[in-house]
Design a protein around this ligand. Structure first.
Ligand SMILES: *Cc1c(COP(=O)(O)O)cnc(C)c1O
Length: 398
């Protein structure tokens, strides 16, 4: 590392609140599936800004669309209509199969909106104010209070208690554990169809079908957090589409804007008509012309660039190469995940492997201390997979 980069890092540590143990690189620019640090060193990126930069960096059409919008109008507030928001909403509803959308500035805010939606829906039904939400152990939904309250990692919650309350936890793919938590007060069941931060566990089709049936019978709202597993990552726009088990409320973010801060919560017409009304929810920035231009362009480029087709082609290859890697190294216990959202469970912490990979020009992240996570840009090729595997192989051997 150059003295210059060391100085940048010292500078950063003297001003930024220390809420991350950051890796020791300063990133400066990106191109395709590669990132470059301030020393000009190139990295193959299997993190994509945590499942964000689906289209790869420096996409010309995306950049041009944003630049043009910057010269027109960046922000207006939600007191008025704007054209990019209309266009983005229409396209997002079309690919998601939902009927109503509210744009937010982040994933956590999308979860907050979903929580307010399900509580209001239940409140309008019976006038009570003590409804319960069932969430999953190991789930991750964000760092704000509502989102944290439904996050299934007690360590994240404890220092900040009390949480919002009336949240119960069940186990993913264990229908009985969900049933055991259902009461007359249950207003929603919330889960990630594929758990991201929690360790790449995939919800089983039978489990999702049982939840859907339970929710229909008891008028409970089924909420899917598709913030990480959505936007094509599993080979479908949204992970639930593989099984056709449709939620009543859904959240999306991360790759939605491919780098600009935007998320959304969506719902069916039925829920939209009997939950949040005028005055119930708002945001200053959410859905402004700049971020909605990004959303609209991203969805156009997904279609034009056959992004989902690429995921379906490359993902099985990645899965196969990860299985081979697992067979070669006894320290790898298990492969998990689906599509371009994969994980390898090790019998030890993976931070050292990630550090060695960085030295060799490969960016990887973890999901919990012992799981390596692979969430590359959705435009990666099989050659990129080979490159990644050969570097990782050497790093595990070391
Ligand atoms: C990242 C993530 C969030 C939180 O999104 P932020 O934009 O970081 O607030 C919520 N849910 C899931 C599943 C996520 O992966």
């Amino acid at each position: 590392m150059s003295d210059r980069m060391k100085a940048y890092i010292q500078d950063a540590e003297s001003v930024l609140l220390h809420t991350y143990n950051r890796y020791q690189i300063v990133l400066e620019r990106g191109d395709g599936v590669y990132l470059y640090d301030t020393d000009g060193k190139r990295y193959l990126d299997f993190c994509a800004g945590i499942a964000v930069f689906a289209l790869g960096y420096n996409n010309r059409a995306y950049n041009d669309a944003l630049k043009a919008q910057i010269d027109k109008l960046i922000h207006t507030s939600n007191y008025y209509y704007n054209l990019p928001a209309i266009g983005a909403a229409k396209k997002l509803l079309q690919v998601s199969g939902m009927d109503r959308v509210f744009f937010t500035n982040s994933g956590a805010e999308a979860v907050e909106g979903a929580i307010k939606t399900v509580r209001k829906y239940a409140y309008l039904k019976d006038g009570c104010r003590d409804h319960e939400i069932i969430a999953m152990e190991h789930a991750f939904h964000g760092r704000t209070f509502g989102a944290l309250s439904v996050t299934g990692n007690p360590g994240y919650r404890e220092p900040f208690e009390p949480m919002i309350g009336h949240v119960k936890f069940a186990r993913l793919n264990d229908y009985e554990s969900v049933l055991g938590q259902v009461t007359d007060k249950t207003c929603a069941i919330l889960l990630e169809p594929v758990q991201g931060e929690g360790g790449l566990s995939v919800a089983e089709e039978g489990f999702l079908r049982s939840l859907r049936k339970l929710c229909d019978e008891r008028d409970i709202l089924l909420v899917f957090d598709e913030i990480q597993c959505g936007m094509g990552r599993t080979g479908y726009y949204y992970a639930w589409q593989k099984y056709g088990v449709k939620p009543d409320v859904m959240t999306t973010a991360k790759a939605l804007g491919c780098g600009v801060p935007v998320g959304a919560f969506l719902m069916t017409e039925r829920v939209g008509a009997s939950s949040l009304a005028a005055g119930d929810h708002g945001t200053t920035y959410g859905g402004n012309p700049l971020v909605c231009t990004a959303v609209e362009k991203v969805l156009d480029l997904f279609e034009d660039g056959h992004i989902i087709e690429n995921v379906r082609e490359v993902a099985p290859y990645l899965e196969m190469r990860l299985e081979e890697l697992k067979a070669r190294h006894a320290c790898i216990r298990e492969r998990r995940g689906t599509g371009l959202m994969q994980g390898l469970l090790f019998d030890r912490p993976v931070r050292d492997v990630i550090g060695r990979a960085l030295e060799k020009g490969l960016i990887l992240i973890n999901a919990g201390p012992e799981i390596l996570r692979f969430v590359p840009p959705l435009v990666i090729t099989k050659e990129n997979v080979d490159q990644m595997i050969s570097i990782l192989d050497a790093c595990i051997q070391a």
